[in-house]
Design a protein around this ligand. Sequence first.
Ligand SMILES: *Cc1c(COP(=O)(O)O)cnc(C)c1O
Length: 404
Amino acid sequence: MRPMTSAVHAGRADLTALGVHAPPLDRSSTYPLPSLDEGRDALAAFAGGAPTASTPVYSRLFNPTTARWEQAVAQLELADEAVAFASGMAAITATLIASGAVGHHVVAVRPVYGGTDHLLASGLLGIDVSWALPHEVADAIREDTRLVLVETPANPTLALIDIEAVVAAAGDVPVAVDSTFATPILQQPLRHGATYAIHSATKYLGGHSDVLAGVVSTDAAHGGALRQVRILTGAVLDPQAAWLLHRSMSTLALRVEAMQRGATAIVAALLDHDMVTNVRWPGLAACDPQGLVGRQMSGPGAMLAFDVRGGFDAAAAVMASVELITAAVSLGGMDTLIEHPAGLTHLLVDEDARESYGLTPSTLRISVGCEDPADLWADLATALEAARPLVAVAAARRDTIDAR
Ligand SMILES: *Cc1c(COP(=O)(O)O)cnc(C)c1O
């Protein structure tokens, strides 16, 4: 099945036998046991990482509503299995633990989501991390390296990473790709040799800014450990959230297509605006020197970033002046959001690291939604005018500093 068909039909295989057309929402926290023997065998199976058993036993071990959404994600990611978590960060943490990285070594390529960066840099999990550029991955691998972690397109710079090249450089070490910005509609990391494809499902997969969730897709050999970590750390997804996510799945391809169309129009207008510099979007040749859109991604997506002339204050003024667009972190919902990565999502990232990957105090990130792009641009253009006086203020301040 092609992605558009999978998005609509995946995870529904058992519905006809159940005599229903919409997936039922099972909110049971526990399940009646057919017999002690069967309960004991099922419990042992789940503890060993099995994807299913003859009875769920207890909802932290298995939930049929969540399992249907997992099957849908796995089908879209061309994976054997998908394992759902309570949030994207829970999914990333579980991947680190399941890969055996705790007490060992991880190679990670910046930029990554601010929370991921902070989790690794803080040492909270007892993981030794080497930050590498994509071409430095091979040299960064050590005897005790358990995982290579990359994000493409990267948050917030939209930098693209060649997954196949990283997989080759990693050798025997599994590669995890945070594919949140791409969605499984535009990119399937396992097709390029990655072992794990991770999503903050809070974003495009949920798509309506009303669910927190995460999901990891992988092969049969690696799914069991992820489920063991989930069962024992308890970072399970609430079945109500899984139900909403499954419902959202059916419109995923449509939403991504409409948002991408909107982003194309906004990017063209930004490139033409004299208050704007350094527009970053995977659809621009300058942002995709390796030609990965078309080869690794089937489209450029709807996330973009740009710098505003006038520095931090001008960027803040744009954020304060938008009216149709909402100033907020997060992304991938139906409506357009704007945020300031250096001050918000990537606040906890080392400042030199931020600078090294081109994140400045005047960078803004936009998640383009499903509105008419003409209305979005009218709002953004007005906000950019509101920031114009701050260009002169910033220049005057620079002159004063120079004079000192
Ligand atoms: C939001 C985000 C995360 C974290 O996901 P949560 O659902 O907020 O825990 C991880 N990676 C990327 C790329 C994100 O955008």
